[in-house]
Design a protein around this ligand. Structure first.
Ligand SMILES: Cc1cc2nc3c(=O)[nH]c(=O)nc-3n(C[C@H](O)[C@H](O)[C@H](O)COP(=O)(O)OP(=O)(O)OC[C@H]3O[C@@H](n4cnc5c(N)ncnc54)[C@H](O)[C@@H]3O)c2cc1C
Length: 313
């Protein structure tokens, strides 16, 4: 029986694992891979302690730091496929974690760090030009589009925030919006539309293809009311149509909000289920960032330590 099992290999799970090990919990981390979502970024400029680091190097650092914890057990390259609460003789909930390798482990507590995945447009060229003009995180990548002509897909708050971030760097910013009105905060929309570098919202418009050669060079888009197709030259396209938390597996165990995010108490990173903690992009944390994921995971690990210390047979 483990004191805690940590699931994931991004900043959240990696820092939870390090703290659990430092607290001498009998801990196991199950990571499909180390690094997390920003592994694809060429330059991460806001990871505290490194002025600039690639996502790949950051992933290597997480892995090295986790593997330096001598008593920590690690299952790498393995995916958790099921988590259930099991009946035991103990007077506290016991959780069973099953992996795609067919192994099952029991634990007194769990730290969920499975993160999220960006919702994709699902159009030709999106995969091919990923990180070659196509981007999913303006907070991270807007500075690389200095002086360029770019567009954002999505008129919700994430799309508007991206457009605002891009206006600080790019020369021309457009926004593709599927419906006839922007869904995001009207104040933010007004501020963006008043900016001299903002060149307009294309309403009732969907991007149907991303064009390019070695790098992206433009898009084909369609007006959903008239059916008319047009092309626009662009050097960057930020896709901000939402992010999907990897929470499906725990939907019957813990409370999720209407976006499918695990609801946590932000003081202790506790979920609604006793002994289950969560951190990072899988949660309802407002800001999805590496440093925040790591910090919330520290809270989760310390809370798991306190929780386990209170359990008696
Ligand atoms: C392209 C891009 C660039 C970004 N750049 C920056 C940046 O510059 N700065 C910044 O602060 N933030 C950046 N972000 C945001 C940042 O990456 C996330 O906030 C952060 O990665 C969230 O960390 P996490 O550990 O919660 O989850 P994730 O990073 O999503 O990691 C989840 C981990 O869990 C593993 N996993 C998932 N399911 C299972 C399972 N069932 N079993 C086992 N393992 C599983 C995955 O393999 C992965 O390792 C970027 C995001 C993207 C998409």
């Amino acid at each position: 029986m483990y004191d805690t099992i940590i699931i994931g290999g991004g900043p959240a799970a990696s820092s939870a694992a390090i703290y659990a090990a430092r607290k001498q919990l009998k801990a196991l981390i199950i990571a499909q891979e180390f690094g997390g979502q920003s592994v694809v970024s060429n330059d991460i400029d806001n990871w505290i302690g490194d002025i600039r680091i690639s996502g790949f190097e950051l992933a290597q650092k997480f892995e090295k730091h986790v593997k330096a914890q001598s008593d920590l057990e690690i299952k790498e390259g393995t995916r958790v496929t099921e988590i259930t609460q099991v009946e035991t003789e103990h007077h506290f909930p016991v959780y069973q974690v099953t992996t795609d390798a067919g192994d099952s482990f029991q634990t007194k507590s769990l730290i969920l760090g499975m993160g999220a995945h960006r919702r994709k447009l699902g159009v030709p060229g999106e995969h091919e030009f990923n990180a070659k003009g196509v981007a999913y995180c303006a907070t991270c990548d807007a500075p690389f589009f200095g002086g360029m002509k770019v567009a954002v897909v999505g008129g919700g708050n994430a799309g508007l925030e991206s457009a605002w971030d891009l206006l600080a760097y790019a020369d021309e910013v457009y926004l593709f919006n599927r419906s006839g009105e922007l869904k995001g905060d009207p104040g933010a929309a007004k501020r963006i539309q008043a900016h001299e570098k903002f060149k307009g919202v294309l309403y009732n418009t969907v991007v149907t293809e991303i064009l390019g050669d070695k790098m992206m060079t433009g898009v084909t888009y369609k007006n959903t009311e008239t059916g008319e197709e047009s092309q626009m030259e662009l050097q960057g396209l930020f896709i901000e149509i939402g992010s999907l938390p990897n929470s499906d597996m725990v939907k019957d165990l813990v409370d999720l909000n209407d976006r499918g995010e695990v609801v946590i108490d932000h003081k202790h990173s506790k979920t609604s289920a006793p002994g289950i903690f969560a951190a990072g992009d899988i949660t309802d944390e407002a800001y999805k960032q590496n440093n925040i994921s790591a910090g919330d995971a520290v809270k989760a690990a310390l809370s798991a330590y306190e929780y386990v210390s209170t359990l008696h047979d």
